[in-house]
Design a protein around this ligand. Structure first.
Ligand code: AKB
Length: 311
């Protein structure tokens, strides 16, 4: 039975991942940690990931065998405070990897489509390709991918990871990402039938519904290591969409929905530097990744769940 420490457990991915892992492995085997306290009933510890000693002590105290390191600043927020983003994203990752090395733990951390840059091929972006990102978040993500490979090659730490697209969910809102619009649009559609997009009409990015993202993490962590050629930073993909596609999908259920645009230059620039659609064939071949939700299935579920929540 696994015993897993999750950093950033109160964030967008963390809050749902902890619930999923609790179902899979038992809630007493999941140690949720975050920089702030929140309402969570299972084992919980306050941990600032930039504090290496504290992270080590909590992992040791709970005798965990796995770290899932999620604590990070997202792309738009990182652009507003690049030095802070480096300290949290790289400092936190290095500390978490060191704990994994010292205590011989399995390790997961997400990379992102943000690890690509304007010179990366935009369509069917290959697994192994040019990565020259132009954002601090992207620089952190490429460095993180390399660091995780290094800890595997040099120290034998069982590091694994995926490049997440923009993640869409109705449970915990994302904070400070370029793809946040794809969550906000659903809330505003249900509440006001109206949304102003900060991203231009035809700008495509990869997106994924949270249940597919959580399933991917669990499947990758349980995959036979002998079959993993890449280990870290697997491209995974489900939906390639632009704001107009979300609007059309929403109008199928809410015909009076109106989408307007007020493009935010900083977010738009980041979005344009990312791929339109990445190729997930390595993840499919090496550990059987597959996504269950397309844009329509996700839209139906998002609108239903948000309507229930806001009643
Ligand atoms: C962001 O927009 O920063 C994140 C991501 C794609 O990594 N959602």
């Amino acid at each position: 039975m696994k015993k897993i420490l999750v950093t950033g457990a109160l964030g967008q991915i963390g809050s749902e991942l902890v619930a999923k892992l609790s179902d899979e492995y038992g809630s007493h085997n999941i140690i949720a940690t975050d920089i702030r306290s929140g309402c969570y009933e299972g084992p919980f510890e306050i941990v600032d990931v930039t504090n290496a000693q504290r992270l080590y002590e909590v992992a040791k105290k709970h005798d965990v065998d796995t770290i899932m390191h999620l604590a990070a600043m997202l792309s738009a927020k990182a652009e507003e405070a690049p030095k802070k983003a480096w300290d949290i994203n790289m400092g936190g990752l290095l500390n978490a990897l060191e704990v994994a090395r010292e205590l011989d733990l399995q390790f997961f951390t997400p990379s992102s489509i943000g690890a690509f840059g304007p010179s990366t091929p935009k369509d069917m972006t290959p697994q192994d390709t040019l990565q020259r990102p132009t954002t601090m978040y992207g620089v952190n993500k490429v460095s993180g991918e390399l660091l995780c490979d290094y800890y595997y090659e040099r120290f034998g730490v069982d590091t694994r990871g995926v490049r997440f697209p923009g993640l869409i969910s109705y449970v915990t809102p994302p904070g400070g990402g370029t793809t946040d619009y794809a969550v906000e649009i659903y809330y505003e559609a249900v509440r006001n039938r109206y949304y102003t997009s900060p991203i231009a009409e035809h700008t495509y990015m990869d997106m994924m519904y949270m249940p597919d993202a959580l399933h991917a993490i669990v499947t990758l962590m349980e995959a036979d290591p002998a079959k993993l050629k890449h280990r870290n930073a697997f491209n995974i993909a489900a939906i390639s969409a632009a704001p107009k596609d979300f609007a059309n999908a929403i109008r199928k259920y809410l015909p009076d929905f109106v989408l307007d645009y007020q493009v935010d230059p900083m977010r738009q620039k980041i979005a344009e530097s990312w791929p339109n659609r990445i190729d997930a064939s390595a993840a499919k071949e090496e550990w059987g990744f597959r996504a269950a939700y397309d844009l329509d299935a996700m839209t139906r579920d998002m609108l239903e769940k948000i309507a229930e929540k806001t009643q």
